[in-house]
Write a protein that binds this ligand. Sequence first.
Ligand SMILES: NC(=O)c1ccc[n+]([C@@H]2O[C@H](COP(=O)([O-])OP(=O)(O)OC[C@H]3O[C@@H](n4cnc5c(N)ncnc54)[C@H](OP(=O)(O)O)[C@@H]3O)[C@@H](O)[C@H]2O)c1
Length: 370
Amino acid sequence: MNPTLPATMRAVVLTGTGGLDRLIYREDVPVPVPGPGEVLVRVGACGMNNTDVNTRSGWYAKAVTSGTTQEGAAEGFEDVTGESATWGSSSLSFPHVQGADVAGRIAAVGQGVAEARIGERVLVDPWLRDPDDPEDRDNAGYLGSERWGGFAEYAAVPAVNAFAIESPLSDAELATFPCSSSTAEYMLTRAGLAAGETILITGASGGVGSALVQLAKRRGARVVALAGESKMAALRKLGADHVLHRDFPDLATTLQAALGRGKVDAVADIVGGDRFPELLGCIKRGGRYVTSGAIAGPIVELDLRTLYLEDLTLHGATVMPPGIFQSLVGYIERAEIRPLLARAFPLAELRAAQEEFLEKAHVGNFVVVP
Ligand SMILES: NC(=O)c1ccc[n+]([C@@H]2O[C@H](COP(=O)([O-])OP(=O)(O)OC[C@H]3O[C@@H](n4cnc5c(N)ncnc54)[C@H](OP(=O)(O)O)[C@@H]3O)[C@@H](O)[C@H]2O)c1
């Protein structure tokens, strides 16, 4: 270890499953020690995501059937146990440090990692893979969930997860990308979105949604974005070809008016909830639906006749194969996608940042800066 490193650091620790009061800012948290094959990153900024909220509040538990409501996300969902409260159903031990989206510089290296990497500017891939079998999706963890994350001054991560990055963007801007943009790129990969196709994107103003818009445009697709009234102009500016109000009266008719046809090739959905049947109903025969979230509700009504008579394919998208993040770093370095930094908060104000995040008045991503 670098002898100039402090023994303790500032961090926001999660003390248990529950409400925002479970997040405690402390200045005496031990600095993690990088193990063999790991690096210690001095966190320049760390993005905030719904997965932090979902894990803290217990939303991933199967007992919870509602969407990520503002009240549930702020106060915690019913009585859920640690065993079921993570995305992958593993248990958390407390205190814990969350935060998946780390941008910063390598401050120290563990055994087996070249010392020349110290000082390197990095963006961290949050997917923690089995080093012996990186393709094994059943043996994957997430930064800030299965190991301590970036709501702190330092985070230790596997060296293979710390990608060198060259960019004029600030750490706060870089920290908007990892979780939301890699998820979005994986969704489009799962759906096999190709140039010239039309895709409908729900929740298009949020972190994943705005990344979907940019990444679908990058592939040469035509984008139809669904968003709340106050965010529609921002999505037009971002490049969406058609922006529709999220509370559409009738989707087929609305699409017909916008596109000249009532169907799309694919739907990328992070909202789910009551409008799911209409989302599925607007996909042309042989088309694809992909989901990576259900912020409006995970329990949806599926008419199997729509699925089989229309020859549809449904995809889930969470644990992505290696390679997506490397591609993403290239898109960022070549400025093929841009950051949408809604707001940066000091680390000590993480709780206030989450309160504002839960209001869903933002376009893009929130980050905290230690
Ligand atoms: N599977 C994965 O690996 C993965 C990774 C990242 C995220 N996710 C999930 O994807 C979802 C979206 O994440 P995100 O970071 O993009 O979220 P976000 O930044 O909070 O944006 C979500 C947007 O969805 C829209 N929305 C529509 N109906 C809503 C409702 N009933 N309640 C709240 N928002 C609603 C809102 O925009 P408008 O007001 O414009 O409609 C909102 O801003 C979350 O459920 C998250 O857990 C999953």
